[in-house]
Design a protein around this ligand. Structure first.
Ligand SMILES: NC(=O)C1=CN([C@@H]2O[C@H](COP(=O)(O)OP(=O)(O)OC[C@H]3O[C@@H](n4cnc5c(N)ncnc54)[C@H](O)[C@@H]3O)[C@@H](O)[C@H]2O)C=CC1
Ligand SMILES: O=C(O)[C@@H]1CCC=N1
Length: 258
């Protein structure tokens, strides 16, 4: 598949690298206005250009990884030269209905919400599309399955998916950072504390994904009666651990919905 990514920033570059590393038989072009900082992508076989229309006519799918306020400018530039091509948008908050309106209902559209772990083949990419475009969406779902997981969800949950699956990367990293800081306080150097904290999260996530059980079932296996885990967990909860996470996620969602 020929993939044309417009917006070679944090997400666009992650997707491009993910495709180059984890998805076979694809050609990727990435565009942005100033390409100096992404020239290195050519080492991975990725074409880099400051012209959004470069190679676009050969593309099978155009992926938008630009900010919401850049959409109109980019569409005005590319629509005249991409008749009938599928447009996959990762733009947060941009509904399929609005995207269809902006593209005069003339282009197959797909909404994708990856996260930056696409670069490591570990994105949780939620995908949504109008039923009539399911054949156009199928290769995009396949592509993102190569970059992690790619569940197709109801479009009304796409904003929620943005918060849980895309912003979620930052929340998880903040948990790891806090653990690392605590680790330093209790005696580790920062590198060791970071390695232990990150690997512990990776291990916990792997157990959950492989065993498909409720987190509390695994927590029960860690919390030895009268042990040190349960007292620490309860202290965290007394200080609003779960509550602050839930509140933060709901605040992020409000920001997207405007
Ligand atoms: N960063 C993330 O983890 C995620 C971001 N998103 C969404 O993806 C979009 C991009 O986010 P980021 O990558 O974080 O932003 P970013 O600012 O890092 O990337 C946007 C890129 O678009 C380029 N750009 C701006 N105008 C352009 C134009 N006219 N033609 C071509 N390129 C142009 C910019 O130079 C920049 O490199 C946003 O809508 C964001 O909500 C969605 C999921 C995850
Ligand atoms: O912070 C943001 O607005 C974007 C959307 C999801 C992740 N980053």
């Amino acid at each position: 598949m020929k993939v044309h990514i417009i917006g070679g920033g944090n997400l666009g570059v992650s997707i491009a690298l993910g495709i180059a590393k984890f998805s076979k038989n694809n050609q990727v072009t990435v565009t942005r206005r100033n390409i100096a900082s992404i020239q290195y992508l050519s080492e991975y076989g990725i074409t880099v250009s400051n012209d959004n229309k470069h190679n676009i006519q050969e593309a099978d799918v155009v992926i938008l990884t630009i900010k919401p306020y850049q959409v109109d400018t980019v569409l005005a530039e590319i629509l005249p030269v991409i008749q009938n091509k599928t447009i996959a948008s990762a733009v947060s908050g941009l509904s399929l209905e609005v995207l269809q309106t902006k593209t005069n209902f003339e282009y197959p559209v797909v909404r994708i919400m990856p996260n930056i772990a696409a670069q490591f083949g570990e994105s949780a990419t939620c995908i949504s599309f109008p039923e009539k475009y399911k054949d156009n969406a199928a290769p995009i779902v396949d592509l993102f399955q190569d970059l992690g997981t790619a569940p197709v969800i109801d479009e009304k949950l796409m904003d929620a998916a943005t918060v849980l699956g895309a912003c979620g990367t930052a929340y998880a990293l903040r948990y790891i950072r806090a653990s690392m800081q605590a680790g330093i306080e209790i005696g580790f150097d920062s590198n060791t504390a970071l390695s232990i904290a990150a690997q512990t999260v990776k291990g916990a996530a792997k157990m959950l994904l492989e065993e498909r059980v409720h987190p509390e079932q695994l927590i029960d296996r860690v919390t030895t009666p009268q042990g040190c885990t349960i007292v620490g967990l309860n202290e965290m909860e007394h200080n609003g651990f779960s509550s602050s996470l839930i509140k933060g996620i709901k605040t992020s969602l409000k920001q997207i919905k405007g």
